[in-house]
Design a protein around this ligand. Structure first.
Ligand code: NAP
Ligand code: F7E
Length: 393
C-alpha cells in the first residue's frame, strides 16, 4: 500500500525539500537514504529534528530500520520544511516516523516524552545554534543550548531508562584555539555565549557518564553544511546569495569577516558519525572534522565561480570588494556581521573517530560547495552563467 504523507500541520505546502534536495551529491554519499530497511526494533528520539542535522539523521535512522520520534517545538508558522518528505499519516500501519511536541526549556514535556516513548537512543540536536545571535540572547542561549542537555539527562536518569545519549557538542568549544589541529585533548577556550553554553552541556554529559555510568557521549563536530543549512550561516548565505544575484533579486551580497577559517564538511556524513558513536562498545567523546581549513573568502570565490560569476578581489579590510565578471561589485564587507569576539581558525583532527568508529566522510569540500550552489540555483529557478573567458595572461 502506498503511503500518504500527511503534513504535521493542517496545511499544505507547495514545495518540499524532497523535490530538490536529493541531488546527485547523495549518489556519492550513500544509497537512497530515505529508503527503509527491515525494522531494527530500536527506537530513537531526536531533539532538533526540524533542523539541518536532525533531518539527515532521521533519514539515516529510518534507513537503518529505526522507529524515529522527532521532537518539534511550537512555532507560529510551519517549521517542518526539512522533514516534510518523511512525515506519514499517523493513523497508518507500521508508522516509523512520528513527531511529538516538546521544548528543551520545558522539563515536564521532556519527561513525558522520554517516559512514554522509552527510546533506546536519544540524540540531543536541539539548540539556539547561531553564534552571532547568542550575543544578543545570551541567557536564552544558556537555557536551551546549555541547561537543555541536563534536562534530558535527568529525564533519562529519573525515569530509569537504559538509553544511550548523544550530545551535539561543537568545535566552537575550541574558540581562541590553543593548538592546531584541534583534537579531543585540546583545551577549550569558548568565545561566545553559544560556546559557553555548549561547554556546560559537554561537561554535564561527561559528568553523567562518569557519575551514573550512563552511555552518554559528545560529538565535537566541526562546521558541517548542506543545501538544508539555515540561510543565516555563512556558507548557505553565500550560495543562496549567488543564486539571488543571478535571479536579479540581489545586487550585492554583504558579508562579515572574510578571513575567518573553518573546517567544513557535509552534514549527512556528520550525522552518520553521530549514529556510529552510539554503536561503539564504550562511550567516549569524538572530534568529527574534515581535516582541512578554508577561509570564508575562498568559499565565496568557489561558490560564485560555480554560479558562473568568478570574482576578483580588490581593497582591504572593510573596503574589500569582490568584483564580478562585468566589474560590478557583487560582494562587500559589512561590519555589522562582525562578532564581539571572533573564532579566527578551526581545523579538526578526526583521527580518533576514523580509527575507533571507522568513520570516513564521503563528500569533499569542492563537492560540498558545488552541491550547495547547484541546489540554490535550482531552488531559485536559474542556471549558472557560461564560464567567462579567462582574462589572465
Ligand atoms: P539548526 O539547523 O539550527 O537546528 C536546531 C534545531 O533545534 C531546530 O530543529 C530547532 O527548531 C531546534 N530548537 C531550537 N530551540 C529549541 C527549543 N527551545 N526546544 C526544542 N527545539 C529547539 O542546527 P544544526 O545545524 O542542525 O545543528 C544541530 C546541533 O548541532 C545543534 O545543537 C548545533 O548547535 C550543533 N552543532 C552544529 C554544527 C554545524 O556546523 N551545523 C556544528 C557543531 C555543533 P526550529 O526548527 O523550530 O527552529
Ligand atoms: O560563521 C564568518 C563568521 O555563522 C562561520 C554553527 O553551526 O558552526 C556554526 O557556527 C564564520 C564565522 O558558523 C559572515 O564570522 C563572515 O567566523 O557560518 P557561521 P559558525 O559561527 O562557525 C559551529 C561549529 C556551530 O556549532 C554553530 O552551531 O564565517 N562570517 N561573514 C559570517 N558568518 C555569518 N553567519 N554571516 C556572514 O555574513
Amino acid at each position: 500500500m502506498e503511503r500518504r504523507a500527511l503534513p504535521f500541520y493542517e496545511e499544505t505546502r507547495s514545495k518540499t525539500y524532497a523535490e530538490w534536495d536529493i541531488l546527485p551529491l547523495l549518489d556519492s554519499w550513500g544509497e537512497n537514504v530515505i529508503r527503509r530497511s527491515e525494522k531494527s526494533g530500536k527506537k530513537a528520539l531526536i531533539t532538533g529534528v526540524t533542523g539541518q542535522d536532525g533531518s539527515y539523521l532521521a533519514e539515516i535512522l529510518l534507513a537503518k530500520g529505526y522507529e524515529v520520534w522527532g521532537m518539534v517545538r511550537r512555532s507560529s508558522s510551519p517549521n517542518t520544511t526539512r522533514i516534510d518528505h518523511l512525515i506519514e499519516d499517523p493513523r497508518g500501519e507500521d508508522v516509523r516516523f512520528r513527531l511529538v511536541w516538546g521544548d528543551l526549556n520545558d522539563a515536564s514535556s521532556l519527561n513525558h516524552i522520554l517516559r512514554s516513548i522509552g527510546p533506546n537512543e536519544v540524540y540531543n540536536l536541539a539548540a539556539q545554534s547561531d553564534v552571532k545571535i547568542s550575543f544578543d540572547i545570551p541567557e536564552y542561549t544558556g537555557d536551551i543550548t546549555g541547561i537543555g542537555a541536563v534536562r534530558l539527562l535527568e529525564g533519562i536518569r529519573e525515569n530509569g531508562l537504559q538509553t544511550s545519549f548523544y550530545q551535539a557538542s561543537s568545535s566552537e568549544l575550541y574558540g581562541k584555539v590553543v593548538e592546531s589541529p584541534q583534537s579531543e585533548t585540546t583545551r577549550f577556550y569558548p568565545r561566545s555565549p553559544y560556546a559557553a553554553a555548549k561547554a556546560y552541556a559537554f561537561h554535564i554529559t561527561r559528568n553523567y557518564r562518569e557519575a551514573y555510568d550512563m552511555f552518554a557521549v559528545n560529538g565535537i563536530l566541526f562546521n558541517h553544511e548542506s543545501p538544508r543549512r539555515g540561510l543565516n550561516f555563512v556558507t548557505r548565505k553565500i550560495t543562496h546569495g549567488a543564486a539571488q544575484i543571478l535571479a536579479g533579486k540581489l545586487d550585492c551580497l554583504f558579508l562579515g569577516n572574510l578571513n575567518a577559517r573553518r573546517d567544513w564538511g557535509f552534514a549527512g556524513d556528520y550525522a552518520e558519525a553521530m549514529w556510529l558513536m552510539l554503536q561503539a562498545e564504550q562511550p567516549s567523546d569524538y572530534v568529527v572534522a574534515s581535516g582541512e581549513t578554508h577561509p570564508v573568502r575562498e568559499f565565496c570565490a568557489l561558490a560564485f565561480a560555480r554560479a558562473g560569476l568568478p570574482l576578483s578581489w580588490q581593497g582591504e579590510g572593510v573596503d574589500e570588494v569582490g568584483l564580478g565578471p562585468d566589474g560590478d561589485v557583487l560582494v562587500r564587507v559589512d561590519p555589522r556581521y562582525f562578532r564581539p569576539a571572533e573564532v579566527d581558525l578551526l581545523l579538526g583532527d578526526p583521527t580518533k573517530a576514523k580509527r575507533e568508529l571507522g568513520w570516513e566522510p564521503k563528500v569533499s569540500f569542492m563537492e560540498l560547495v558545488n552541491s550547495m550552489v547547484d541546489a540554490d540555483l535550482e531552488l531559485l529557478g536559474v542556471k549558472a552563467l557560461e564560464p567567462q573567458p579567462s582574462t589572465a595572461g
